[in-house]
Write a protein that binds this ligand. Structure first.
Ligand SMILES: [Mg+2]
Length: 303
């Protein structure tokens, strides 16, 4: 982490807003091609690069899904509590699930059901928990824990274990949280790359070079897809287009890439034609929450 004295808080807030908006934009861009193969997307769109809506969920153009909704739940719960509150987060996610959202992953559903029925805040280790459900909602905690690595690790694992308890999911959450933080702090792609390399060093399964081209609900494939495209493109648009055109769990790879690339390239890097298709009030709330999370973080409180 850079010396906190050198950090410009106004820039951090702006990048945090871009991260949350980028997450929602990536989710909305990818959702219409979720579960399609790259070849099917090519046959239908040549390149999918507009907010078309549609897909298996029959979405309106610009409509986002569970990836953004769960992240928003966590951010709202933290906002309401004025800090990390695992029970508040579990309540918010449970209320969301009860509201019959457009999509809920099966592992998320199982974990939240255990909380609703038994008050269980940590799901036991499970070899089937290496899905994307926890990794897709890492951004709020990354923002809240800016300036304190131990806090980041503790809170990220806690939020993840509400529904997913697997070493690969934990590792993905930790890496994505750190990468989002580094990007929000305005650090270089080389520095972000070092974080990805550390993940591969610890868990060789995540190796993303050469890229295997898999983008499934498995968190290892998801990270490979996001990391490969993040490090081989030079703009938010190119990164997101390349990522979601891989198909598979495209809303989630889009959301995860969108958060990191949003923070890195900033709000000006997000195509206006995409933003125009999104719900203005929803984006305004995400931006407000992003700033609130930064202001609750140790980085801001140390001022
Ligand atoms: Mg989704």
């Amino acid at each position: 982490m850079p010396d906190t004295v050198t950090v410009d808080l106004a820039d951090v807030r702006a990048r945090a807003r871009a991260a949350f908006v980028g997450l929602a934009v990536g989710d909305a861009l990818g959702a219409p091609v979720e579960f399609m193969t790259a070849a099917e997307i090519r046959a239908k769109h040549r390149v999918h690069r507009e907010m078309t809506g549609g897909g298996w969920l029959h979405l309106r153009p610009g409509c986002f899904t569970d990836d953004t909704e769960m992240s928003r739940c966590i951010a709202r719960a933290v906002d309401a509590a004025g800090g990390f509150d695992l029970r508040g987060i579990a309540d918010a996610l449970s209320a969301w699930m009860r509201g019959r959202p457009v999509d809920v992953g099966s592992t998320v559903r199982k974990g939240l059901r255990s909380y609703i029925l038994d008050g269980q805040l940590e799901t036991p280790p499970n070899e089937w928990d290496a899905g994307n459900g926890a990794a897709m909602r890492t951004l709020p905690v990354a923002l809240l824990a800016l300036g304190d690595e131990a806090l980041l690790d503790r809170c990220q694992v806690a939020q993840a274990h509400l529904t997913h308890n697997h070493p690969f999911s934990d590792a993905a959450c930790a890496t994505l949280g750190r990468m989002a933080q580094l990007a929000v702090l305005g650090l270089s792609m080389v520095r972000l790359r070092r974080e990805a390399d550390l993940l591969v060093e610890r868990f060789p399964a995540f190796r993303f070079e050469p890229y295997r081209g898999l983008a499934t609900g498995y968190v290892v494939d998801t990270l490979q897809t996001v990391l490969h495209h993040l490090f081989t493109t030079r703009s938010f648009e190119d990164c997101l287009v390349a990522t979601v055109n891989q198909g598979g769990d495209a809303d989630t790879t889009g959301a995860i890439a969108g958060a990191v690339a949003g923070a890195y390239y900033g709000l000006d890097g997000i195509p206006r034609r995409w933003l125009r298709r999104m719900d203005t009030a929803a984006l305004a709330e995400l931006e407000r929450l992003a700033v609130r999370l930064v202001d609750l973080s140790p980085l801001a409180r140390a001022r």
